[in-house]
Design a protein around this ligand. Structure first.
Ligand code: ADP
Length: 765
């Protein structure tokens, strides 16, 4: 006898069932062969490890015999139920005492047959066409009774192990049939419900599979096409991947995919291909991912600013404030600083330092000469040769979405037929609008709100009001000779040497040499020319070192002329001689401050006035005011103006000068002319004047005073209202000049020696 203990499987009597041989052998204590008698035991529960104990076995079992073995299958026929009177288990072998347990045949055989047929057709119908049925169909057709159906499906019935045993235990065939039907039909319904849900799921899966299949198909066709045009392949694959990886927003991705599809259709011979290529190359090279701001360390930021630039204390402090405010607001941008000053005063390079201090990418966008709005905002792609605007182009070059952007020369934007570039710039700088800045070329919005913009300009005069209002002006007045000396020693010279590949021990320039270089070979507010001169010195030294003519080069003032191959600059120096009608004035130009001479002359005539030199309209008005003032102050000299022609000349100089700041100079020159009293050339002055003779404030005082000192001026008259500006003037400049604030034009004339000194005291600063 071979024992087959089963759990959750119900084997009923009068059943012919195929079992897999390995399944039977796995459960029985020995291999089965044809003719073996078997006993199916039902287990109450399954123990881990498969060990069975006596109390695990239900007391009713089913007897049978192996009819045949065919390949991997054993055909087993069961005959009847038995009661197990005693059960002993030792390891895998059992010792059992059993008795036959008869059925109570209380069901009409016809009805029994009818109900069996009904169950079988329900089964066949439900599983019609499912994969599950294919192999088992003919087997099912051979079923002879309900017991076979239940045995065959018992593992799948949705009832518990005890309920299954309850069926086996039932003696009444009628009752047992009812139990079997209940279990079967309920399970069948459950199956149907869940399979409907499954098929709904399947439907959506099918859609997905279909889509995947179509995509595979497209890929396949694309590959075929690619094989025909191998030259297109790499571009398209490359962009597909770049679009995937770019982190673009939805709109941008949709646009890029549209263009990519066009590119696929067009092929490389198409004249549009290049344009499509450029577009994709541009948008996929932009950084679309939001970068996180690096932790802000104010102390380190300060160190970076000090390391890169000498001086500029106020500017650096304002930058540190900006950084602190950004940190507190947890923002990557803030107020827009506008650095205003002459070329070479460090405006751009301090922008670069800000980026370094914040550990962010840096890019410089030059706006000089931009006259077309499209240069800021891009050309629409429908134009031939369309390009992105300078802003987006700069962002792309930076390689980040949060760079520090220096917008250079915002004062050089030109309003023209091409629209107003400054209004486009306004949009770029407006935090309300710049999170969706749309370049016409890109045609999709890009978020500029994390970009930190810094602007530079030589003057605020030409910046449109609305744009100027957006920005906070920080002025760079230029450097004194002493500051230039320090900048050259600490920054420019080491850099120039490094650029020329010169070692520290191979080159020196004495302090006197450097000072001479600054005073005699440069004339500027900034240090750009000085930097160029130092570069030139280092290049010349490199030649000497390499050619072996000298292993160590040292430069003294006398050597400069030969090495640089230029003569020293002749500065506008104060005049040597005193002549009535000539006065030293001070002007502000975009290149820094300058001294100028106002020359006046009477020639025989009839009251004509000639003004020559480079003068703006405003200065011409100053001429009128000066004449009226002088006539009023010296009524006895009025005749001179009637009997002579007056000629006023302001030597042109290199840069045009404008502004009314020459008012007191003009007045003084005329007063000197009419009185015949010369004004000392070492006295310079700047200030506007009103018809009432009040001296009015002017701009650019620091630059003007630096120019005065450079030119050898000793005393300077400035408007009283400008006294506060003296804070921005370098100490050494103030030390060398006698600066006298004046309020009335009479004071000016007295200090110039034209009017008699009164007892009134003037204050010296
Ligand atoms: P700007 O933008 O005002 O025309 P740049 O920033 O281009 O001037 O400066 C010209 C050169 O001078 C740069 O190489 C810069 O590093 C250097 N420079 C200017 N000011 C300073 C300074 N205070 N300290 C060190 N280098 C300076």
């Amino acid at each position: 006898m071979i024992y087959i203990p089963c759990y959750n499987v119900l084997t009923l009597p009068d059943v012919s069932c195929y079992f897999r041989l390995d399944y039977l052998n796995g459960m029985s204590d020995q291999p089965v062969k044809a003719g073996d008698k078997v006993l199916f035991l039902m287990l109450k529960e399954q123990r881990e490890g498969g060990e069975i104990e006596a109390e695990d076995i239900y007391p009713i079992a089913v007897r049978g015999a192996v009819e045949s073995i065919d390949n991997q299958w054993a055909l087993v026929h069961t005959t009847n139920r038995v009661n197990l009177d005693s059960i002993q288990v030792e390891g895998k072998s059992f010792r059992l005492e059993m008795r036959m347990r008869p059925d109570l045949n209380d069901l009409d055989p016809d009805e029994k047959e009818e109900r069996f047929q009904k169950m079988r057709s329900a089964m066949l119908q439900t599983f019609q066409g499912t994969q599950w049925m294919q192999g088992d169909r003919s087997y099912m057709q051979r079923w002879k009774n309900m017991n076979e159906i239940v045995t065959f499906t018992s593992a799948l019935l949705q009832i518990s192990n005890e309920e299954k045993y309850a069926i086996l235990e039932e003696d009444s065939v009628a009752r047992r049939t009812e139990l079997m039907e209940k279990a079967f039909y309920e399970s069948l319904e459950l199956y149907k419900v869940s399979s409907e849900a499954q098929s709904a799921q399947q439907e959506s899966n099918e859609k997905l599979y279909r889509e995947q299949a179509l995509r595979r198909q497209i890929d396949f066709l694309q590959k075929e096409l690619d094989d025909l045009h191998p030259e297109n392949v790499t571009d398209i694959r490359k962009f597909e991947q770049k679009i995937q990886e770019s982190g673009m927003n939805e709109t941008a991705r949709a646009e890029a995919e549209k263009v990519l599809n066009r590119m696929k259709q067009e092929g490389q011979e198409s004249h549009e291909y290049g344009m499509l290529y450029d577009y994709l190359d541009f948008v996929t090279s932009l950084s679309w991912k939001k970068e996180k701001a690096a932790e802000i360390d104010l102390k380190a930021a300060r160190e970076v600013l000090d390391e890169d630039h000498f001086g500029l204390k106020k500017t650096k402090e304002r930058i540190i404030q900006q950084i602190a405010v950004m940190a507190l607001n947890q923002k990557q941008s803030g107020s827009i600083l506008l650095f205003v000053g002459a070329p070479g005063t460090g405006k751009t390079s301090i922008g670069q330092s800000i980026a370094r201090a914040l550990d962010r990418k840096y890019v410089r966008i030059s706006l000089g000469g931009v006259r077309d709005e499209a240069e800021i905002r891009g050309h629409r792609r429908t134009y031939i040769g369309a390009m992105p605007g300078r802003i987006m182009d700069g962002i792309k070059r930076s390689g980040a979405s949060n760079p520090v952007v220096v917008l250079d020369e915002v004062d050089k934007l030109v309003r023209d037929y091409g629209g107003d570039p400054s209004s486009a710039l306004l949009e770029v700088l407006d935090p309300e609008q710049n999170s969706t800045f749309t370049d016409h070329y890109m045609n999709v919005p890009y978020d500029l709100s994390d970009v930190l913009f810094v602007c530079t300009a030589n003057t605020t005069d030409t910046i449109p009001e609305p744009l100027l209002n957006r920005m906070e002006v920080i002025s760079f007045p230029g450097y004194s000779a002493l500051e230039k000396f320090q900048i050259a020693r600490r920054h420019l010279l080491p850099k120039a040497m490094e650029k020329a590949g010169i070692r520290e021990e191979d080159f020196t320039i004495s302090d006197e040499g450097l000072k001479a270089l600054i005073s005699d070979y440069t004339m500027e507010a900034g240090v750009r020319g000085l930097k160029n001169r130092l570069d030139a010195l280092c290049r010349a030294a490199a030649v000497q070192i390499v050619s072996g003519s000298s292993s160590r080069v040292s430069v003294e003032p006398k050597d400069l002329r030969d090495i640089l191959e230029v003569s020293p600059i002749r500065h506008d120096h104060i005049l040597e001689t005193k002549n009535p009608g000539i006065v030293t004035g001070l002007a502000w130009t975009q290149a820094g401050g300058e001294i100028l001479f106002i020359e006046t002359l009477f020639t025989k005539g009839s009251g004509k006035i000639t003004v020559t030199g480079q003068l703006g309209d405003v200065m011409k008005e100053s001429v009128q005011i000066a004449i009226s003032l002088v006539k009023a102050m010296f009524p006895e000299k009025e005749e001179l103006f009637e009997k002579n022609d007056l000629h006023i000349h302001v030597p042109a100089g290199a840069v045009p000068k404008d502004g009314p700041s020459a008012g007191i100079t003009l007045t003084t020159a005329l007063a000197s002319l009419v009185t015949g009293k010369p004004v000392p050339p070492e006295l310079a002055m700047t200030g506007e004047v009103s018809l009432r003779g009040v001296v009015m404030p002017i701009g650019g005082l620091p630059e003007k005073l630096m120019a005065a000192q450079r030119a050898g001026v000793k005393r300077v008259l400035i408007p009283e209202e400008n006294t506060d500006d003296l804070r921005d003037v370098a100490e050494e400049v103030k030390q060398e000049l006698e600066i006298i604030p004046v309020h009335q034009v009479q004071d000016v004339l007295r200090l110039a020696g034209i009017l008699e000194e009164s007892t009134q005291d003037h204050t010296q600063v």
